[in-house]
Design a protein. Structure first.
Length: 178
């Protein structure tokens, strides 16, 4: 449980809802962590989400809204090996942002990564101009690695709206979640 919501592993029946949730969180101009002014495009599609849900080295967590009101948050975890799990497609319904769901889901993802994937560290990337989002992750124990990664432009899913976009790489140790 996350507040009044239930966290569970996503299944094939969740694909369309996860796609819609990710698009709303990342591409809608609503919400405090939207990247709509930085990147245009669909963000993801059903085949990419299905691969994360059913992949041998990945899983997707979803948060069901209270009283069965659909999905309100999600995140993907990928086992990168060497004790590292990548957190991606972390999305909270823009209308529910700021209420603590994201923080609680992040804590649950850390527990799942440590116990289920035997990860010692979680890695994630954030667009460099997203200073408020970077600060939020840092308050939650993530540290910048000093590494930057080039933004992987895609004509359908990720069209940069600014030149020179890059990701900041962050890591968080998971020792307390074992």
């Amino acid at each position: 449980m996350v507040g009044g919501e239930r966290v569970r592993a996503a299944d094939g029946g969740d694909v369309d809802a996860v796609v819609a949730l990710a698009r709303a969180a990342y591409r809608s101009p609503v919400g405090w962590c939207s990247e709509a002014d930085l990147v245009a495009g669909d963000r993801t599609d059903a085949s990419a989400v299905a691969r994360l849900i059913s992949g041998p080295d990945s899983l997707m967590l979803v948060v069901e809204g209270d009283r069965g009101r659909g999905l309100v948050a999600c995140c993907a975890l990928e086992d990168l090996g060497r004790g590292v799990a990548r957190l991606g497609m972390f999305a909270v319904d823009p209308e529910r942002q700021g209420g603590g769901i994201g923080r609680r889901l992040l804590d649950e993802a850390a527990r799942v990564a440590a116990r289920g994937l035997r990860a010692e560290t979680i890695e994630l990337v954030v667009l460099a101009p997203q200073t408020a989002l970077l600060a939020w992750y840092e308050r939650l124990g993530f540290r910048r690695t000093g590494e930057a990664r080039r933004f992987p432009a895609d004509p359908v899913h990720a069209r940069p709206q600014r030149d020179g976009l890059s990701f900041v790489v962050l890591m968080r140790e998971l020792g307390r979640h074992r």
